[in-house]
Design a protein around this ligand. Structure first.
Ligand SMILES: *Cc1c(COP(=O)(O)O)cnc(C)c1O
Length: 221
């Protein structure tokens, strides 16, 4: 078993001190590993792949709050609506509309975060600042089956901690700038195993931590 219970307790109390919530990222890890943290009281788990998440959700207690943190394709939205708590990676208006439509059919209102592209890397999905500012926010606020509760971002994968810090600062600025009297955000999802402490210092309210809790994954995942 590669789950690090001590790391969990340590990180959990560190986060509690700052009232930052923890999404335990369990992608590629077996359900027995998830149960270990569940038994310690963890309820928020994050997954990147639709099929993997639905299969795990079926086998695990219903009070787990599942976070979809991967890149979501519009044709798969319907599959996660029944049990997803928060969709972190909404990277287009088209996807948000699809979530709104499918949530409507299911009689639900789904919390979503818009993903912001803050890293250098071309491969990371998300809106850039100008695209976010150009969105029709009145339209978004008026969608009856989605609730955009904040933003999510990933810093560059880099040893240059100043660069990482600057990217988080930039995301926090955008987070403040987008909000209006009619639109109040609650959630800024930023920080992973390598950079969560910097993210907290820069205003994160929710971190997504995998390898520190569950051990390393294979290179391909
Ligand atoms: C895999 C993943 C994480 C967790 O990464 P670790 O480095 O293992 O903590 C967090 N967020 C997203 C979007 C991920 O894909």
């Amino acid at each position: 078993m590669s789950v690090d219970k001590n790391a969990y307790q340590r990180i959990k109390s560190e986060l509690d001190e700052h009232t930052v919530s923890l999404v335990a990222v369990s992608k590629t890890k077996p359900i027995d590993d998830i149960r270990v943290l569940y038994d310690l009281g963890q309820r928020d788990f994050g997954e990147n792949y639709v099929q993997e998440m639905t299969e795990k959700a079926k086998q695990l207690p219903a009070d787990i709050r599942w976070h979809f943190i991967g890149h979501l394709q519009t044709n798969k939205v319907r599959l996660i609506i029944p049990f997803v708590q928060l969709i972190h990676g909404v990277d287009s208006l088209r996807l948000l509309k699809e979530i709104n439509k499918e949530a409507g059919k299911a009689g639900k209102k789904i919390d979503c975060l818009l993903q912001v592209h803050i890293a250098d890397e071309e491969t990371k999905f998300g809106f850039d600042e100008n695209e976010l500012l150009a969105l029709d926010w009145n339209e978004i606020v008026s969608m009856s089956n989605v609730n955009v509760t904040g933003l999510m971002g990933m810093a560059s994968f880099s040893d240059d901690l100043n660069k990482v810090r600057n990217e988080f600062q930039n995301l926090k600025k955008i987070f403040e700038k987008i909000q209006t009297a009619d639109l109040r955000f609650t959630t800024l999802s930023m920080g992973m195993s390598n950079d969560y402490q910097i993210a907290i210092e820069e205003g994160s309210t929710m971190v997504r931590i995998g390898s520190l809790l569950f051990g390393q994954r294979n290179q391909t995942s």
